[in-house]
Design a protein around this ligand. Structure first.
Ligand code: HH2
Length: 382
């Protein structure tokens, strides 16, 4: 039975319309809203009433400004020109802050892992595990895993994300040796085929072996905090990175997760991890960020993040979303892990509408079809 979400579960206030009475003392974060696409976006950009989101093709005409307060967060929303006027009234530091925030949101992104980010790119999920929540056991056999990786690529995956340890809620860790044994041959054979392979691991020794076997992307659900050596390995490798937010660890992360303000807390965590990468010599454009849907988040947290994915463009990095088949879809819309395609597509389309560049999904062909239709409709509007 589908459940409803209690919106009071998170202290995430509805934004006030207009900035007149908005006087936060803390630094602000900018979340684009009022998205435009196709001819409507072209017209609004030409009139100077919108900005491109991470270089386009989605544009945004309004901003929700969020700031911390002792009791959670405050937010106000309005058009971009009103935001500029408001910033000017507040003085130079606020003007500089707003200018830097808007520039980070609007700037085009560089290619990432050899992929142009001018449209959503698909990362296909390949779990070489006995216990993953949706495909556990299907691909533990290396031959079947390689065949599935090839099938994902053939149906349009830009990247195949190989994982050897389930990080579903409650999962027990596997030994690094076992994880390595599962993934290394699969990574090697897919990379030999010319497929762009990502390794989904929090273990430094698995990262090193996967890179040696041809992986081009390190996807770490701990944002390179899981092992002391990960940051140095990532820096030396030149690989593209996915930094994901997770509160706690998989065994306990779903036990009453709490945030002051989930969007600001996740954003600030990711900013801190990007700063650690930059300090280690990793250019920002090699990093993609991911809010970590379902990783230490209740349904209200997940929905607050999904509704404000565009906030994360403010990091200046590519944004990745992994919502495919996750349990919140079942709780909100019904269905076991293998009956969540509809909800997974809904999340993918919502993300594409907010300019998210990378979608981690199980069902490549179906997601591609949904995105193609979405792009065609948006392009033909008017
Ligand atoms: N979700 C899972 C695993 N890795 N990586 C990123 N960057 N983002 C995610 O949302 C993400 C991830 C969990 O999904 P899955 O791999 O399908 O299941 P399991 O962890 O049970 O293997």
């Amino acid at each position: 039975m589908a459940a409803s979400v209690d919106p009071t579960d998170v202290r995430s206030p509805a934004p006030v319309r207009g900035f007149a009475a908005f006087r936060p003392s803390a630094p602000v974060r900018l979340c684009p809203v009022s998205f435009l696409e196709g001819p409507a976006a072209v017209a609004a950009l030409a009139q100077g009433v919108a900005l491109p989101l991470a270089g386009g093709p989605v544009a945004f005409a309004e901003i929700e400004v969020r700031a911390r307060r002792a009791d959670g967060a405050v937010a106000a929303r309005g058009p971009i020109d009103e935001l500029w006027r408001w910033a000017a009234e507040q003085g130079k530091p606020r003007q500089d802050e707003i200018a830097a925030g808007l520039a980070a949101l609007a700037a085009p992104r560089r290619d990432w892992a050899g992929l142009r980010l001018d449209r959503p790119r698909l990362m296909g999920v390949l779990n070489v595990t006995p216990d993953s929540f949706s495909d556990g056991g299907d691909f533990v056999d290396p031959e079947r895993a390689v065949a599935q990786g090839r099938a994902l690529a053939a149906s349009g995956a830009d990247i195949v994300d190989v994982g050897g340890e389930s990080t579903r809620p409650g999962a027990e860790p596997v030994s690094p040796e076992e994880e390595l044994r599962r993934v290394e041959p699969v990574v090697r054979r897919l990379a030999e085929d010319g497929i762009t392979v990502s390794i989904d691991t929090r273990r430094a020794i698995v990262m090193e072996a996967a890179l040696a076997a041809g992986a081009r992307i390190l996807n770490d659900v701990t944002a390179l905090t899981g092992a002391a050596e990960s940051l140095a390995i990532a820096a030396a490798s030149g690989a593209a990175l996915v930094l994901m937010h997770m509160a706690g660890d998989p065994r306990t992360m779903q036990v009453d997760p709490r945030y002051d303000d989930v969007t600001l807390d996740v954003f600030d965590f990711l900013e801190t991890r990007i700063a650690a990468c930059v300090a280690a010599g990793i250019p920002r454009e090699r990093v993609a960020v991911d809010p970590g849907i379902g990783f230490g988040k209740n349904d209200a947290h997940n929905l607050a993040l999904l509704a404000r994915l565009a906030l994360f463009h403010g990091t200046g990095c590519a944004v990745l979303l992994g919502a495919s088949r996750k349990s919140f879809i079942g709780r909100l819309g019904g269905g076991g892990p293998r009956q969540r395609l509809g909800g997974s597509l809904a999340a993918a389309l919502a993300a594409a509408g907010q300019g998210v560049q990378l979608l981690r999904v199980h069902d490549i062909a179906e997601t591609r079809q949904a995105l193609a239709l979405r792009a065609a409709i948006a392009g033909g509007a008017d």
